[in-house]
Design a protein around this ligand. Structure first.
Ligand SMILES: Nc1ncnc2c1ncn2[C@@H]1O[C@H](COP(=O)(O)OP(=O)(O)OP(=O)(O)O)[C@@H](O)[C@H]1O
Length: 333
């Protein structure tokens, strides 16, 4: 991986007593929010429509100015910075992608680096490495946005946000407009990408399942962005702070817990010496394994290192272990 892509790691964002009152509104849209968003993590803000998620996020890049309170990034108070320069230093991805229709993909991605005065050859190299990073063919650089599918355009949106290698990225329902299959695909790709770039990411959604999947931590917000619970997905599922948080988890909390647990993090039993057992790859989740057990009517599955019938068998997983995992006993942290 070229150094420039992973060059600038994420920085810690800290909000202290941040309040936003829109002019003419009786109630603040955001009231006295304090939270630390650790460097290199994905923090998801989740809550009902109108609770203040977007307002909270846009105060971080000063698209919206806080009424009071302090926001620091890497220890620097963002209110002391030049707003335009500050905004350019933060990646921003929104649902309505916002690509320029009359500019080629390379010019859409290269816009900010060009404005920052990068040489043409450096911009071209950056565009090429970003296209590769988000999984698009190199020759798409010459295409126009209308020549790409919605999901491909969304990938260009992510590439553009990463163009100047920002330490912080803000993502407002970035995959909201895509169909469920494309969405799942984009989420998986984004998680893979984030493992490489390790930016600090603030991600807004109203879909709790998306929050569980994407977040290293989740902030469940009440109206005015009051934090109901701020913790890891596992901790929130295991012990929701109150009925409000529990209502987001909804039905199937145990299954959601199993969907967070990868087979590689579970202690496997030795493989039994019988033929014909269902096989599942170690990258899958315990929930996938349970699904397979139910589908095949088998209380044991073989776990393999890779796809295919020749793949190495790493061990086996039994239904009893799955039940233990739901109760929080089988994890191998
Ligand atoms: N420019 C504005 N002027 C006045 N009120 C506003 C303005 N922008 C947002 N609000 C109000 O502030 C509150 C929070 O809005 P915000 O967009 O932050 O919520 P949200 O949680 O992101 O909602 P959604 O999920 O529907 O996008 C809402 O009650 C909204 O009506």
């Amino acid at each position: 991986m070229p150094e420039s892509i992973t060059g600038r790691p994420g920085e810690t964002i800290e909000l202290t007593d941040v309040t936003k009152r829109y002019p003419g509104q009786a109630e603040p849209a955001v009231e006295a929010v304090s939270m630390v968003i650790p460097a290199g993590e994905v923090v998801v803000l989740v809550g009902p429509s109108g609770c203040g998620k977007t307002t909270t996020m846009k105060m971080i890049n000063r698209l919206i100015e806080p009424t009071s309170g302090t926001i620091t990034i890497g220890g620097t108070d963002v209110l002391t910075l030049d707003p335009d320069q500050h905004r350019r230093d933060i990646g921003y991805v929104i649902q309505q992608i916002g690509l320029f229709p009359h500019k080629r993909i390379e010019d859409n991605i290269g816009l900010l680096p060009k404005r920052l005065g990068w040489s043409r050859s450096r911009v071209r190299a950056r565009v090429a490495e970003l296209l590769e990073l988000v999984g698009l063919p190199a020759d798409y650089a010459r295409r126009y946005p209308r020549e790409l599918s919605g999901g491909q355009q969304q990938r260009v949106g992510v590439a553009r946000a990463l163009a100047a290698d920002p330490p912080v990225m803000l993502m407002d329902e970035p995959f909201g407009a895509t169909d469920p299959i494309t969405r799942d695909h984009l989420q998986n790709e984004f998680l893979r990408l984030q493992r490489e770039v390790r930016k600090t990411i603030v991600f807004v959604t109203h879909d709790f399942d998306e929050a569980l999947k994407m977040g290293d931590r989740i902030a469940v917000l009440r109206p005015r962005s009051v934090i109901a619970q701020y913790d890891t997905p596992e901790a929130i599922l295991a012990a929701p702070a109150d009925d409000y948080v529990a209502s987001f988890i909804g039905a199937g909390g145990q299954l959601k817990k199993l969907a967070l647990l990868r087979l590689r993090d579970v202690e496997l039993a030795p493989a039994p010496r019988v033929g014909g057992l269902p096989r599942i790859v170690v990258d899958a989740t315990v929930r996938d394994a349970l699904d397979l057990m139910l589908g095949e009517g088998s209380d044991v599955v073989l776990v393999t290192g890779d796809f295919g019938d020749d793949a190495e068998v790493l061990g086996s997983l039994h239904l009893q272990t799955v039940m233990g995992a739901a109760a929080g006993k089988a994890g191998n942290p």
